[in-house]
Design a binder for this molecule. Structure first.
Ligand SMILES: Cc1cc2nc3c(=O)[nH]c(=O)nc-3n(C[C@H](O)[C@H](O)[C@H](O)COP(=O)(O)OP(=O)(O)OC[C@H]3O[C@@H](n4cnc5c(N)ncnc54)[C@H](O)[C@@H]3O)c2cc1C
Length: 807
């Protein structure tokens, strides 16, 4: 056995083998994989082998497309068969909500180059004749759907990796992973110790146990899952004899997926009475075995399936496959470097190994070898969960995810499991004022405040929801008086030390402000991609505060710690330093009533930051607001938050002070076309194409990270640019990724949108090729299957001269 290696991949399921292959494909051949038994000994061997491209996250869908296209390449490279059946698949809709979801998905697919189609019930009956179309109103057909041989495919990955120089050691059980002071690893196995520069946890069903060997908690949980294979079904046999393969049929109402298997069918269920498996850990003794059949659990699902697919009722059951596989709390994989650790990589929690395994392997290999993945992998980044995540959170969320596997996912939906979890001291204050909460990165956030008599629940919808009137009232309060909301959902960091300015100058692409001032700056990757949009505040020459997206905390801290050098200490104070934002024409008067300091426009200018006494609390007050209005962010220690609220609310009584939530905030920002993280800004984009170049200091005498790439982009000129549009919408606004059409062709896509309650206009932002952009550009945007005229708008919808914001 090889005893030194650059990479040791732990686990020989489909995911580990894909990672190994992709490492060799991208140029690392000194790599090995260790498997405690034979390859495929975890979930992989008993998978149904189905694959599909559909995923709510656009980049995940693209990576699923990559995975599916890879199989042909693997077959050609290795001469082995993956047992591919590209039969296509149709997902059924029996409600308008589901049709809306399909229409939104279909629209996204247009610019992604995926050839999905909306089909009628009659077309479904033709292409998938086992389906009883009663009650079906349509479907989404995906020609890329299909199935394969799980074992053959895993062995094809393994052979391709070996051809690229990798070695594979089976019956080699990892017992310990011990890190040396230089960051390399001793991987202790039953066959001896391997010294590896990097390790990859691809332990699948045992990923939790493998992680624990290095003190790492992997937020995933195994669930039991069952599918049945029937004896011969005459209708299927006849089709096969005529050379036709039956396509996959996904029936979300029945929570089932169905496909042809030999001359019969195979049907699996995501049943509501589902069961988590191995709650206290996966036994090392679990081998190539199945769980006992359990028909009770799927009784209702089977009864539903008999109605939808009547041929099943008379078909004999040939075999039952009941096995476990792992899920992360949101159902997407856990990939990438573990925050706070050196050379420890995750490739776990992959619940659809045959749809996602290729994309996971490719992204991880790029990350390890090139320092970053080629596209934004936030949706599967292991660091999208912070250190607040616990087994007690993971398990109920995984159950929720399993149960909702086939549910419609709405853009405004807030899932109920594990809520409320984390809260700030102000939670009860909002609760008493009818707040309708959502959750961001584990913490409760007020989305809006229900009007008297309204339910405290936002109806999930692709169209305008019941939060409409309440949001309009909150927007009005901000624009005409003064609004208050919490600023807890910003990621906040303090950077302290004699080397702080120098370090910030290198890690941030923009200007670092003088004492008492703030600046906006992107943080870039080496390839010039956006990693964050930060506000930097200089409190003193050795003390700075950074704020950025709340959900990016673990990702940003991972980046900071990877690049930390010199006399600099950085601390994540996101939940320690909280407070309020006040915004609107009366905001200055309100602040002046709460402090003895001079907060006049001349003394406290836009982008100034001051340490003030506000009521009883010492606070950092920043003159800036994402509402685009006159506004202040007031940060204090968490234990002062309630007192600060009392001060502000007492003083604001006769100034029209009203609370506002995230829905209003996202409406208000549209008036100024402010971008938002994970929409206009993400690692998919570079500064100049998003307009963030105005905050990049290309000329500062520092070789900041990403400078060369950003300069190259700026010099060449971006091929596409963000534009804002007023949309002739009806009852649905742009959400994200709707295609933008010009003269019957898709030329771009939307990044975000919504309704400006202030301007009473539907607004969209999106990318358009630079050479097509004119001041009076008119395009069409496809919203839920309808073409909507949209006109470019360049003048801000509120305070275009910025008299309020800067005055
Ligand atoms: C009934 C069922 C049906 C399914 N159907 C589908 C489907 O149709 N399509 C689809 O895409 N997915 C399907 N899946 C899910 C699919 O099986 C998983 O996504 C996939 O197998 C995950 O692969 P993996 O490599 O991450 O994990 P695993 O297959 O669990 O592999 C992990 C490997 O790591 C090894 N290992 C663990 N610890 C150690 C150690 N300490 N030392 C050495 N080796 C170790 C294990 O022995 C194992 O071989 C199904 C799952 C089930 C249960």
């Amino acid at each position: 056995m090889k005893t030194t290696t650059r990479v040791c991949v732990i686990g020989g399921g489909v995911v580990g083998c894909s990672v190994l292959y992709h490492l060799t494909k991208l140029g690392w051949s000194d790599v090995m994989l260790v498997e405690r038994s034979e390859l495929t000994s975890g979930s992989t061997w008993h998978a149904a082998g189905g694959f599909h491209t559909l995923n709510g996250d656009t980049n995940m869908a693209a990576l699923q497309g990559y995975t599916i296209r890879l199989y042909k390449e693997l077959e050609e490279l290795t001469g082995m068969s993956c047992g591919l059946h590209h039969v296509g698949g149709v997902t059924l809709a029996d409600t308008q909500e589901r049709m809306d979801m399909f229409l939104a998905e279909r629209a996204k697919h247009r610019y992604m180059g995926l050839e999905t189609e909306i089909v009628t019930p009659e077309e479904i009956a033709k292409i998938a004749p086992v389906t009883n179309i009663e009650g079906i109103i349509g479907g989404l057909y995906d020609p890329l759907d299909g199935h394969l041989d799980p074992s053959g495919t895993t062995h094809a990955y393994a052979k391709a990796a070996r051809m690229g120089g990798a070695s594979i050691e089976t019956h080699c059980m990892v017992k310990e992973t011990n890190q040396r002071p230089d960051g390399t690893w001793d991987v202790v196995t039953n066959k001896g110790t391997i010294h590896a520069e990097h390790i990859v946890n691809a332990g699948g069903l045992w990923a939790r146990e493998v992680g624990a060997m290095a003190g790492v908690y992997m937020p995933l949980h195994p669930m039991e899952h069952q599918y049945l294979v029937t004896e011969t079904i005459p209708m299927i046999a006849e089709m096969i004899d005529s050379g036709i393969e039956h396509p996959h049929v996904m029936d979300p109402s029945g929570e089932s997926y169905l496909r042809q298997e030999a001359r019969g069918l195979c049907i699996g269920f995501y049943e509501q009475p589902c069961r988590p498996w191995a709650v206290d850990g996966t036994s090392w003794d679990f081998g190539h075995e199945l769980l006992p059949d359990d028909f009770d659990k799927i009784e209702d699902s089977i009864a539903f399936a008999y109605k939808r697919f009547p041929v099943l009722e008379t078909a004999g059951v040939k075999s039952v496959i009941h096995g476990p596989f792992t899920f992360a709390p949101d159902g997407n994989p856990l990939v990438g470097p573990i925050p706070g650790m050196r050379n420890y990589w995750s490739a776990c929690g992959v619940m659809a190994g045959f749809s996602q395994g290729g994309g996971v392997g490719l992204s991880l290999a790029q990350w390890m070898i090139e320092g970053e993945a080629e596209r934004d992998v936030y949706a599967m980044d292991v660091a999208r969960f912070g250190n607040w995540i616990t087994p007690g959170y993971t398990r109920p969320k995984v159950i929720e995810n399993y149960q909702k596997r086939f549910s419609v996912s709405y853009p405004n939906e807030e899932l109920p499991a594990c809520r409320p979890f984390q809260t700030t001291p102000a939670y009860n204050i909002w609760d008493e004022q009818n707040a309708v909460f959502g959750a961001q990165y584990g913490i409760e956030v007020a989305n809006y405040f229900a009007l008297p008599g309204e339910p405290r629940f936002e109806t999930p919808s692709f169209r305008r929801s019941n939060a409409w009137d309440a949001t309009a009232a909150e927007v009005k309060a901000v624009r005409t008086a003064v609004g208050i909301n919490e600023i807890h959902n910003f990621g906040k960091y303090t950077v302290i030390g004699t080397g702080a300015r120098q370090w910030l100058d290198r890690i941030m692409a923009g200007r670092i402000p003088k004492q008492g001032r703030m600046s906006l700056t992107p943080m870039l990757s080496e390839k010039g991609k956006l990693l964050g949009d930060f506000t930097v505040t200089c409190l003193s020459e050795t003390t700075f505060q950074l704020t950025a997206s709340f959900g990016m905390q673990a990702i940003h801290m991972r980046w900071f710690l990877q690049h930390l050098d010199g006399d600099v200490q950085i601390e994540n104070v996101s939940t320690k330093r909280i407070g309020f934002q006040i915004a609107g024409p009366n905001a200055r008067e309100l602040l002046s009533r709460c402090t003895r300091a001079d907060v006049s426009g001349a003394a406290f200018k836009f982008m100034d930051a001051k340490t003030l006494s506000v009521g009883m609390s010492d606070a950092l007050v920043q003159r800036v607001s994402y509402t685009g209005d006159l506004g202040y962010e007031i940060y204090t220690d968490a234990e002062n938050q309630r007192a600060l609220y009392t001060t502000l609310s007492e003083a604001g009584k006769d100034l029209g002070l009203k609370p506002f939530g995230m829905r209003a905030m996202m409406s208000l920002r549209l008036d100024r076309f402010f971008g938002s993280w994970n929409a206009e800004f993400s690692p998919d984009y570079m500064p100049a194409e998003t307009g963030m170049d105005r905050f990049v200091s290309y000329t500062k005498p520092v070789d900041f990270i990403g400078k060369a790439a950003a300069l190259a982009e700026k010099t060449a000129g971006p091929a596409r640019k963000l534009c804002a549009f007023v949309v002739d919408a009806d009852d649905a606004d742009v959400n994200a990724y709707e295609p933008i059409w010009i003269n019957g062709a898709v030329v771009g896509f939307c990044t975000s949108g919504g309704y400006s309650h202030h301007a009473q206009k539907s607004i969209a932002q999106g990318f358009v090729p630079t050479d097509l952009i004119t001041d009076d550009l008119e395009v069409e945007i496809e919203i839920l299957g309808q073409m909507r005229t949209a006109k470019r708008v360049t003048e801000h919808l509120f305070d275009p001269e910025m008299k309020r914001m800067r005055g």
